[in-house]
Design a protein around this ligand. Structure first.
Ligand code: G16
Length: 551
């Protein structure tokens, strides 16, 4: 190896970012995520790690996003993005965790040294990174710590400012494909907005005018990028942005946003006097990578259209287009879900398409979706996208349509490949995709909702002292630890008609999540709370503090 680690610079700057002694950090479902005010040392070290990842990959640009997405405002986090815009390779998550937990500067330098040797990192290679943050108040200080990490190791770093997580993923891919035949787009936020809005306009050309769309921006960064997107769309689609208070302390994700809607299964109170019966509304989350739609029926009753409904709508549309383009049998569309997918959606989709269930976390869904010609993946929480394999993309560009109808459908498919952010789930791109499908099908929320009926379900969080004692198998549908708990859950589930329930540790919050569904609403609620009660008792929760609803 031609050069060595710049140990002196790393030591000097690392001393300014000491690791808090009583904390263990873990690179989880979506990177490091915890209270923003304890993440300083993690940011510095992630800066160094991102540069090493780039060197390992021959100077390809690595992305770093500072966000805690749907978490409350006091939390923050950081995740790395690999060169094609996808999540960091799983093997490196362990290295990230090790480096973050080195107790002192000396230990950190030793760990780095050992890591460079075992991972065979050629330090003479260039290091290139692009980084961004969301609107969290802890963001600027964490960015400063991250920049120290880049400086310490001498990385070439590009600041993409305050933007959404999906824009950062887009940028990584756009930068790394620049000048190649896979060029993904112009490597700027403006390039992203141009790409999406141009494709959208082509896809809805000639369709009746689309009524305005109400958007809950979760008081997060989606408000900023959503406004810019609205300017690009002009009259094609009027975006009515709400919950845009990015500077109001405590407002982020509070009683609004995709996670609030999905978990509480109701309209954000701030939209109560905004959304009219029949009108379409949607909620983004804090960094605009999740999306949940909804509408009020004639009686003013709330109906949610979550990630499962999005998958069903989008997959059916794409299948239809492939048939109309004369590509039936040549391009296989498949679905990827997690255990959280509503039983109603799984039944509906499995009757029509190949389907796979994987563990929670976009990285798992993404990889599984890559095995299909066109892979549609959505988590029920509204996080997802559609992937077109490179064979499929080539097929689309070389296919010779034999009728004008085939040619139109083919063009629509090609434009969809431009509209969809294929690097990661993207609320704004997904929103445009949904608007395209609704416009093509002349669907209102009601018609979309009628594709299948959701089983009543309930998601409950149980705060536990140590979530890592909960271990799962079978795509998180069964617990293997603590011993005996799964048998108790099974015994309970059998007593409920259409009952299904599972328990898993969250990868982003210090809680265990309990999901339950049943044929009847009250039974789904009861099952969820009773399973939560089992979990609470299992971890030795204080009986006096047992939440009343845990029966
Ligand atoms: C992240 C992941 C998602 C996952 C969610 C919740 O979302 O990217 O794939 O579904 O966390 O994970 P858990 O149940 O393990 O806490 P986001 O939007 O917060 O980045």
């Amino acid at each position: 190896m031609a050069s060595a680690l710049p140990v002196d610079a790393i030591r000097t700057l690392s001393e300014q970012h000491p690791k808090p002694s009583n904390v263990h950090f873990q690179y989880g479902t979506a990177g490091f995520r915890t209270l923003g005010n304890i993440l300083d040392s993690v940011m510095f070290r992630v800066g160094v790690l991102a540069a090493l990842r780039s060197k390992r990959l021959d100077g390809k640009t690595i992305g770093v996003m500072i966000t805690a997405s749907h978490n409350p405002e006091q939390d923050n986090g950081v995740k790395l993005v690999d060169p094609r815009g996808e999540m960091l390779e799983a093997a490196w998550e362990v290295h990230a965790t090790n480096l973050a937990n080195a107790a002192t500067t000396d230990a950190f330098v030793d760990a780095l040294d050992a890591f460079v040797k075992t991972a065979k990192i050629d330090l003479s290679k260039p290091a290139r990174v692009v980084y961004a943050r969301d609107t969290r108040p802890s963001g600027p200080a964490l960015i400063a710590a991250l920049e120290h990490g880049f400086k310490a190791i001498g990385a070439e770093a590009r600041n993409a400012g305050v933007t959404t997580t999906p824009v950062l993923h887009y940028l990584v891919k756009a930068i790394n494909t620049k000048g190649t035949k896979e060029e993904y787009g112009v490597d700027s936020e403006e390039g992203y907005l141009q790409k999406l809005s141009t494709a959208f306009k082509k896809l809805v050309a000639g369709k009746p005018a689309i009524p305005p769309l109400v958007i809950d921006c979760a008081n997060g960064v989606g408000a900023i990028v959503g406004e810019k997107l609205g300017a690009h769309l002009g009259d094609t689609l009027k975006l009515l942005l709400h919950n845009t208070a990015i500077d109001t302390a405590g407002a982020l994700n509070h009683a609004c946003g995709a996670d609030f809607v999905k978990t509480s299964q109701r309209l954000p109170p701030s939209l109560a006097s905004v959304l009219q019966p029949g009108q379409r509304g949607c909620s983004l989350d804090g960094d605009a990578d999740r999306l949940i739609y909804y509408y009020l029926d004639d009686r003013g009753q709330f109906h949610m259209l979550d990630g499962d409904k999005i998958a069903a709508l989008v997959a059916a549309f794409i299948v239809e287009l492939t048939k109309s383009a004369g590509l039936e049998g040549e391009i296989q569309v498949g679905i990827v879900q997690t255990a959280y997918a509503n039983g109603g959606s799984t039944k509906y989709l499995a009757e029509r398409l190949p389907i796979k269930c994987v563990s929670t976390g976009v990285k798992h869904l993404h990889h599984a979706a890559e095995h299909y010609d066109i892979g549609v993946y959505f988590e029920a929480n509204g996080h997802g996208t559609v992937l077109f394999s490179s064979d499929t993309t080539n097929k689309l560009s070389s296919h010779q349509p034999s009728t004008p109808a085939q040619s139109t459908a083919l063009n629509h498919l090609i434009n969809l490949t431009q509209l969809i952010n294929q690097t990661v789930g993207d609320a704004l791109s997904d929103m445009l995709l949904i608007e395209v499908v609704l416009a093509h099908k002349s669907y209102s929320g009601l018609e979309w909702d009628s594709l299948y009926v959701d089983l009543p379900n309930r998601l409950v969080k149980v705060v536990v002292p140590e979530r890592n004692i909960f271990k799962t198998a079978d795509a998180e549908r069964r617990l293997t630890s603590p011993p005996g708990l799964q048998a108790k859950i099974d015994e309970l589930v059998h007593r409920y008609e259409g009952g299904r329930s599972f328990v898993r540790p969250s990868g982003t919050e210090d809680v265990v999540r309990v999901y339950a569904e049943a044929t009847v609403r009250s039974q789904a609620d009861e099952l969820a709370f009773r399973v939560a009660g089992l979990v609470y008792d299992e971890v030795g929760g204080d009986p006096a503090k047992r939440p009343a609803e845990f029966l």
